[in-house]
Design a protein around this ligand. Structure first.
Ligand code: GLU
Length: 320
């Protein structure tokens, strides 16, 4: 049985862009009678806001998107909030250490920034790591340890990574793309790459559908799946909804949060219909309930290009 998930980070209000991804991930699984998970990615406790973590389930429910397992609805593969899963990440870290592929990195933020501009960086995470700390000897490590507590990096293999994305099609990343990456930060926090891989594997996720901004994180996660001995899920990356200026949705594009559209009197069917239209699922805009989209859904229909908000869209969204 297919198992999919929506995995929001509760650092900002859920907006139309997040809702687009949630709708598509939900439709992928519901159209195959699979199980859908809501996972709250609150591992970064500094950035996460409990009030938003509470509002996300409300927003989803209001939009007509449900889930089988999530915070408060555990089937034994949870808990479904990352802040409650640290023991699993610790265990994975221990296993990665045993592979001999982790090393301490003492580079400062300034040093890392000065690596900017090198080829094969990740759009989602910036310039690749140059490998500076990979070959330090024990003496050098001891000396640097005195001044800075290290992050832990995972040494990637010098092989190209290929996979077929369910929306974006065949992908090929050159050897060393993105460079060795952090699995535990210097402040002790586990990285997104580690947590998301461990969670998807242990929660039995077979199909990951998420925003296209994470496409270039996938090679890293595939390397972690391999190193940890887990089978990787199928990945699909849906194009983002962007502002008319081509930038990611943010406050400057107006308040496009689900809760404020709701407060303005907009109906969930209007939002779902609009999202379905801009995602290529229906040809003409009409209000529609999410569950009515299940029958005709197919991955092939999903529009392959980012959608830029137009003046007309903004008028429509303001007209509620
Ligand atoms: N938590 C991530 C976000 O909100 C998504 C992670 C994922 O889907 O892999 O952007």
């Amino acid at each position: 049985m297919k198992r999919g998930r929506f995995a929001p980070t509760p650092s900002g209000e859920m907006h139309l862009g997040n809702a687009k991804i949630a709708l598509l991930a939900w439709l992928q699984i519901r159209s195959e009678r699979g199980e859908f998970i809501l996972r709250i990615e609150d591992i970064d406790t500094q950035r996460s806001r409990p009030d938003i973590a509470e509002r996300i389930p409300e927003d989803l429910r209001w939009l007509g998107l449900d889930w089988d397992f999530g915070p408060g609805a555990d089937d034994g593969l949870g808990p479904y909030s990352q802040s409650l899963r640290l023991a699993y990440y610790e265990d994975a870290l221990t296993r990665l250490k045993e592979t001999g592929r982790l090393y301490p990195c003492y580079c400062s933020r300034a040093e890392l920034l000065s690596m900017a501009g090198a080829p094969h960086g990740l759009a989602s995470e910036g310039a690749p790591y140059a490998g500076t700390c990979r070959h330090l000897d024990p003496e050098q490590r001891k000396a640097r340890e005195k001044h800075k507590s290290p992050s832990l990096r995972f040494a990637i293999e010098a092989e190209p990574i290929r996979f077929v994305d369910g929306i974006a099609g065949p992908q090929s990343f050159p050897p060393g793309s993105g460079g060795d990456f952090v699995v535990r930060r210097a402040d002790g926090l586990f990285s997104y790459q580690l947590a998301v891989t461990v969670d998807d594997a242990l929660m039995g996720v077979t199909d990951v559908l998420r925003g296209g901004d994470l496409l270039d994180s996938t090679p890293r996660q595939l390397e972690l799946y391999r190193a940890l001995g887990y089978a990787a899920p199928a990945f699909s990356h849906a194009p983002l909804l962007l502002g008319e200026d081509g930038r990611r949705l943010a406050k400057r594009h107006g308040d496009l949060s689900i809760s404020s559209l709701r407060a303005k009197g907009m109906h969930p069917e209007s939002i779902i219909g609009w999202l379905a239209k801009i995602s290529g699922l229906i040809d003409r805009y009409e209000p529609v309930a999410a569950k009515e989209l299940i029958r005709n859904f197919s991955m092939e229909r999903i529009a392959k290009h980012p959608y830029y908000l137009s003046e007309q869209d903004l008028e429509f969204l303001a007209s509620a």
